[in-house]
Design a protein around this ligand. Structure first.
Ligand SMILES: *Cc1c(COP(=O)(O)O)cnc(C)c1O
Length: 452
């Protein structure tokens, strides 16, 4: 009997994260200080990050050891299963083999604890007592709340107000793990008070929530800040996904022709794809990497490669990345985790250099793919993950047309059991395919920082 679920034992878990900075042909240009616009130094980050994470952010070392304390917690859900999507292959009538790595088995329901756990660990080790962060729909806030609980840290999550009001379930989960959840904009910070003074009914945004969390962390000696995507150390931690998947495929004598992930800030995509790009750089293997983004927030496919801020208030470092402009406010699609104006500098550089492909899909197409997946494979995907499924289905249909039996691997970054409202809207025909506005994009690109 051929295997459908490919499992690894705990003892087969990766012991090292993979740092692609050791192998990529061109490194991203240096990040710049938000005020001076001079290259960022390690000391500029010390107010909000612990030394180990700053070192990982800048490291060129290829393999970075996963601490024992982190491995102990990873074991709660890792190694995560790799599935062969046989029933999906069958309805698509494709000669391709489709494999998916399922990260929704983590206690938070997504890939995000792969980085929240080490982030909490390194902060604890540095003597920090409390972490502040932001969250949109709540996936990152949930993952960090859990990690802080495990390491005995306090956790304050600034949650975008409209989500706080409309999506109570992840807020309740965060509170259950013991975090303090503050609707943002709040009167706790200057950034929040300023927005409230201008507009007391502001629904908030991720940009505002980031500004509040950073201000909170800078203002308190015992508090640091944590980010759930984009940064090099986050991407590093997520490589456990691809390292495990590679080993699992090897157990059934397979190697992918194409690796696919949905792309918000780029962490789950990079997590599954970078360990395969390693083979491409070092052994010249022909493996394609495809990042899939929402048509409403098309950072790679419609953005520009330029230096830009990571947040609206321009408090964060300036990075060279694909961006829609730090002022760009994407339409309110259900895949909240993909509504970010920028992309990881590592993913951006590799895309710019032609090692990564990108495509964008509307949300109705993605939900259609997600429902087909639920009806064949049984798992209800996170709205974000549905983009990767749509990408995989299109590759499988291409294989049918070309009569090629390729191996397709994608990352199912999370489950959608706390996103049922989105499915209800789709099933009742209430989902709009909201296009981004080219005029607004043009305006926001005019506000990119000028770098001499
Ligand atoms: C946050 C999130 C994403 C998007 O973030 P990336 O950094 O691009 O991976 C994707 N899927 C799920 C389930 C998420 O929670």
């Amino acid at each position: 009997m051929e295997e459908t679920k490919i499992l690894l034992a705990e003892k087969d878990m990766p012991r090292f994260w993979y740092n692609i900075q050791a192998d990529m042909p061109n490194l991203p240009p240096p990040p710049l200080h938000p005020q001076t616009k001079k290259p960022l130094e390690a000391k500029d980050l010390q107010a909000i990050f612990p030394p180990d994470l700053i070192e990982q952010e800048m490291s060129r070392e290829r393999w970075i050891e996963i601490p024992e304390e982190v491995l102990e917690i990873y074991k709660l859900w890792r190694p995560s299963p790799l599935f062969r999507a046989r029933r999906l292959e069958k309805v698509l009538d494709t000669p391709a083999k489709i494999y998916y790595k399922y990260e929704g088995v983590s206690p938070a329901g997504s890939h995000k604890p792969n980085t929240s756990i080490p982030q909490a660990y390194y902060n604890k080790k540095a003597g920090i007592k409390r972490l502040a962060t932001e969250t949109g729909a709540g996936q990152w806030g949930t993952a960090l709340s859990l990690a802080c609980r495990f390491f005995g840290l306090e956790c304050t999550v600034y949650m975008v107000k409209v989500s706080y009001q409309q999506k109570p379930y992840r807020r309740i989960l965060m509170a259950t793990y013991g975090a303090e959840v503050v609707p943002s904009p709040s009167d706790r910070t200057e950034a929040g008070r300023k927005v409230l003074a201008e507009n007391p009914d502001s629904p908030g945004s991720l940009g505002i929530a980031i500004s509040e969390a950073v201000e909170d962390a800078v203002g308190r000696e015992d508090t640091n800040y944590a980010l759930g995507s984009v940064l090099n150390h986050v991407i590093l931690h997520q490589t456990v996904i691809g390292l495990e998947a590679k080993e699992q495929l090897a157990r059934v004598d397979e190697y992918p022709d194409v690796v696919i992930g949905c792309c918000g800030g780029g962490s789950n995509f990079a997590g599954i794809a970078f360990p395969f790009l390693y083979d491409r750089f070092r052994e010249g293997r022909k493996v394609r990497a495809v990042a899939v983004e929402p048509a409403a927030c098309p950072t790679l496919t419609k953005g520009v490669f330029a230096y830009d801020y990571g947040d609206t208030a321009m408090l964060t470092p300036i990075n060279m990345m694909y961006t829609l402009g730090h002022d760009f406010v994407p339409p309110g699609i259900h895949a909240g985790g993909l509504r970010y104006h920028g992309d990881s500098p590592l993913v951006s550089q590799l895309y710019h250099d032609g090692f990564i492909e990108a495509r964008a899909y509307g949300q109705n197409q993605c939900f259609e793919a997600a429902v087909l997946f639920a009806r064949t494979e049984g798992i209800l995907p996170a709205p974000e993950s549905s983009h990767a499924i749509k990408g995989a289905i299109d590759e499988a249909l291409r294989c049918r047309e070309e009569e090629r039996s390729e191996v397709i691997l994608f990352c199912l970054s999370g489950n959608g059991y706390l996103d049922l409202q989105a499915y209800d809207d789709y099933l009742n025909g209430k989902l709009e395919d909201i296009e981004y506005s080219p005029e607004l994009l043009k305006c926001s690109l005019e506000k990119l920082p000028r770098i001499e």
